[in-house]
Ligand binder design. Structure first.
Ligand code: UDP
Length: 329
C-alpha cells in the first residue's frame, strides 16, 4: 500500500512525507515544483514532476504504485494573491482538485485526506470556531478550498470514497530534526517573514493593520506546528484504513496570538530587535481565527507535541539559518 502525496515537495507536504517514511509507509509524490523543491525529499521517495490535475498521469501513478490513499496538499495558499488572481486560484485549487478526485474514484482509491483551511470560516462569529459553524469564506482562497470540501463530500456519497478534511489554522515551525521547513524564498507567512527579518534578510517587516477589533488591534491567529499537523494526517490515515467514517476536523491548538505578540516572540527568541512598520490592512484578512480544537482529539486521538510558540519560532529560525548556510534561499 502506497500513499500518494500531492504537493509533497512543498512546506507541509514534505513534513507529511517524512512522517510517512518515519512510520514505515511507502510514498509517492506528485508535485509540479512551482513552489516546492526536489532536494527536500529523501532519495528513497519517488517524485513525479507533474500536475495533480493531469488525470492520465495521476491514474498511471495510482495503478503502478498500488496507491490506497491520497493526501492532497498541492495548492496555492496566499490569501491576498487569491484576491488579485481569483481565477488562477479556482483553476489550481478547485478545478484541478476535481480532476484529482475523479482520478481517485476511477482508479479505485478509497481514502482521501484533504488540506483545507480555517479560511472557509471567513470572519467567524464565534471564537474559538467549531467545525459546524455556517461557512462563509471571505477570500477566493477560502472559497476555492470550500468548493473542494463540497466536491469531496458529494463524491464520497456517490462513489463510496471516504475522506478526512483537515482545516488548518496557521501552520508554522519546522521539522525538529532539521530535515525540512518553509523554504519558499518569497513566502508571505508571518513567522517566516519575521524570522527572515531577524536574520537580516529583509531590512524590516510590516504589520498589516493594527485597527482590528482585537486586544492590541492586530490580527489573531492559532499557530500549529507543522510536524504536529503531519501527525494529524497520519492519524487520519489510520482512521480511514480502519474503516472509519468521513470527518471534517479543525487543526489548531485552540489558542490565539496577535501579530504583535508573534513578532515579540521572534524578537525575544532571536535576540534581534528588528524594525517593524505598521501598514494598512491586507485584503482578505479576518480579524481573529482560533480553532475549537477538541474534535480532532476525540475522533482521531491526536495529541500535539510542540504546542509552544517559542519552540515553533526557534524551529523556524533554525531552518532559516540552515537555508542560509546551504545557500538555498
Ligand atoms: N502578517 C503581517 N505581516 C507579514 C505577514 C503577515 O502583519 O509580513 C499578518 C497577516 O496580515 C495576518 C497574520 O499576519 O493578519 C497571519 O498572516 P499569514 O500570511 O501568516 O497567514 P494567513 O492567516 O493569511 O493564512
Amino acid at each position: 500500500m502506497t500513499v500518494l502525496v500531492t504537493g509533497g515537495a512543498g512546506y507541509i507536504g514534505s513534513h507529511m512525507v517524512l512522517a510517512l517514511l518515519d512510520a514505515g509507509e511507502e510514498v509517492v509524490v506528485i508535485d509540479n515544483l512551482s513552489t516546492g523543491f526536489d532536494w527536500v525529499l529523501p532519495p528513497e521517495v519517488e517524485l513525479v514532476v507533474g500536475d495533480m490535475g493531469d488525470q492520465a498521469l495521476v491514474e498511471g501513478v495510482i495503478r503502478r504504485r498500488g496507491v490506497d490513499a491520497i493526501a492532497h496538499f498541492a495548492a496555492k495558499i496566499v490569501v491576498p494573491e487569491s484576491v488579485a488572481d481569483p481565477l488562477g486560484y479556482y483553476l489550481n485549487n478547485t478545478v484541478k482538485s476535481r480532476a484529482l478526485i475523479e482520478a481517485a474514484v476511477r482508479a479505485g482509491v478509497a481514502h482521501f485526506i484533504f488540506s483545507s483551511t480555517a479560511a472557509v470560516y471567513g470572519e467567524p462569529a464565534v471564537v474559538p470556531v467549531p467545525e459546524d459553524l455556517p461557512l462563509s469564506p471571505v477570500s477566493p482562497y477560502g472559497r476555492s478550498k470550500l468548493m473542494t470540501e463540497w466536491m469531496l463530500a458529494d463524491a464520497a456519497y456517490a462513489h463510496g470514497l471516504r475522506y478526512v478534511v483537515l482545516r488548518y489554522f496557521n501552520v508554522a515551525g519546522a521539522d525538529p530534526q532539521g530535515r525540512a521547513g518553509q523554504s519558499t524564498p518569497n513566502a508571505t507567512h508571518l513567522i517566516k517573514v519575521a524570522a527572515q527579518t531577524a536574520l537580516g534578510d529583509r531590512p524590516r517587516m510590516e504589520v498589516f493593520g493594527t485597527d482590528y477589533p482585537t486586544a492590541d488591534g492586530s490580527c489573531v491567529r492559532d499557530y500549529i506546528q507543522v510536524s504536529d499537523l503531519a501527525a494529524a494526517h497520519l492519524s487520519a490515515l489510520a482512521h480511514l484504513r480502519k474503516g472509519g467514517e468521513s470527518l471534517t476536523l479543525n487543526c489548531g491548538y485552540g489558542r490565539g496570538y496577535s501579530v504583535l505578540e508573534v513578532i515579540e516572540v521572534v524578537k525575544r527568541v532571536s535576540g534581534v530587535d528588528f524594525e517593524v512598520r505598521i501598514s494598512p490592512r491586507r485584503p482578505g484578512d479576518p480579524a481573529q481565527i482560533v480553532a475549537k480544537a477538541d474534535r480532532i482529539r476525540e475522533r482521531l486521538g491526536w495529541r500535539p507535541h510542540y504546542d509552544d510558540l517559542e519552540a515553533i519560532v526557534a524551529q523556524a529560525l533554525a531552518w532559516e539559518r540552515s537555508l542560509k548556510q546551504r545557500n538555498l534561499r
